[in-house]
Design a protein around this ligand. Structure first.
Ligand SMILES: Cc1ncc(COP(=O)(O)O)c(C=O)c1O
Length: 378
């Protein structure tokens, strides 16, 4: 049997919306994008969102709109996808890594204050695998030190912790609709903010700094536009939004299937020697984006290849990024700098998890993992 790492859940409703969008005059950012933005804000219960072409773009614009730039420091996690830290570099600021919790892999909030200097301007937590960071504790620290919080919620559209959702305590929240995310249009993203005054500058930053988008200028007499600031080309099109709208309406349905699968994985691997996995903490609803198992780092790669040979497509999310060539050389990081993130990064194997995974496929993954792990001889 072959089990894909990911299969999207784009069906008839998405195809129908897409055809309607294709039949309209306006293919780029317009009414369909705005409808998606309103639906997303309403789902998250935050004041406003803007659709963008990626979460990377969202993180970049969040940093810019919050005035973070050269000479500033931003505290973040080394256990994430490189986009998180790269965008800090994009604005000329310095990523300052803080180690992670051994239970969840999320930024260890108890270490954040000791990393704050007079250059620190923001904290950029990542809700890893769909499990939210302790946002209440982070908000308290940020308020005490006058810092902004930008949430990387690329994995966590659906999460809730202590009654708060992504974007409800941060100054900006960033989402991804990349090909393997819980809702997807191939490439896409969004930013959400609590302060609606940021929306105007974010919208302009997303479209060359122009005062009016093409859609805004489409009706009535031609209006000249002004270039008000140096912006980027990060806008989400009507075509992408058409794919996202029906998926967003089913996001909780998709999540309950992933939750069911995770429960089965957890039950099956709980007693497996040499295997552990991140915990979902009390008062937390995880977005269940990725299911990772942690195994002995000595055998991780070998076991991963065995799973692949048995037809199960797996991945590694993530090797700690401070030890990747660029960060290691640029900032002189040595192994041991962030031991918990390194240990998780060297132990982790991500198993298939998506709403279209069938019971038969789940059974096969469980059976194969139980056969392949633990180590030979244990
Ligand atoms: C934690 C995290 N942050 C940011 C990103 C970047 O998202 P995008 O590909 O939409 O730019 C990803 C993408 O996978 C991610 O996993």
């Amino acid at each position: 049997m072959k089990v894909e790492f990911y299969r999207h859940n784009i069906g008839e409703a998405e195809k129908e919306r897409l055809l309607t969008a294709l039949d309209s005059t306006f293919l780029t950012t317009g009414e369909v994008t705005y409808e998606f933005e309103r639906n997303l804000a309403s789902y998250l219960e935050i004041p406003a969102t803007i659709g963008l072409m990626s979460c990377t773009a969202a993180l970049h614009l969040a940093l810019l709109a919050l005035n973070i730039g050269p000479g500033d420091e931003v505290i973040t996690t080394p256990l994430t996808f490189i986009a998180t830290a790269n965008t800090i570099l994009h604005v000329g600021a310095k990523p300052v890594f803080v180690d992670v919790e051994a239970t969840t892999g999320n930024l260890d909030v108890s270490l954040v204050e000791s990393a704050i200097t007079d250059k620190t301007k923001a904290i950029l937590p990542v809700h890893l695998y769909g499990h939210m960071c302790d946002m209440q504790a982070l908000r308290t620290i940020a308020d005490k030190h006058n810092l902004k919080i930008i949430e990387d919620a690329a994995h966590c559209l659906e999460g809730v912790r202590d009654g708060f959702r992504p974007g409800q305590l941060g100054d900006a929240v960033c989402f991804s609709f990349y090909a393997t995310k819980s809702i997807t249009c191939g490439e896409g993203g969004a930013i959400g903010v609590r302060d609606v005054q940021l929306i105007d500058i974010l919208r302009k930053l997303s479209l060359h700094g122009m005062s009016h988008s093409a859609a805004d200028r489409y009706h009535g007499r031609y209006q000249h536009w002004e270039m008000e600031l140096a912006g980027w080309k990060y806008n989400l099109s009507n075509i992408q939004a058409a794919l996202l709208i029906p998926q967003l309406a089913r996001v909780e349905e998709y999540l309950s299937r992933r939750e069911e699968i995770c429960k089965r994985y957890e039950k099956a691997f709980m007693d497996l020697p040499g295997v552990s996995f991140p915990k979902v903490l009390p008062n937390t609803k995880s977005g269940r984006h990725l299911f990772t198992i942690w195994v002995d780092p000595q055998v991780r790669d070998e076991k991963m290849f065995e799973l692949q040979a048995a037809g199960i497509n797996v991945a590694v999310n993530y090797r700690a990024i401070h030890l990747l060539k660029f960060y290691r050389e640029e900032f002189n990081f040595l192994p041991g700098s962030f031991p918990v993130a390194e240990k998780i990064g060297n132990s982790t194997i991500t198993l298939p998890l998506y709403s279209k995974l069938t019971d038969e496929e789940v059974n096969y993954v469980i059976e194969t993992v139980r056969k392949t792990l633990p180590q030979r001889g244990s």
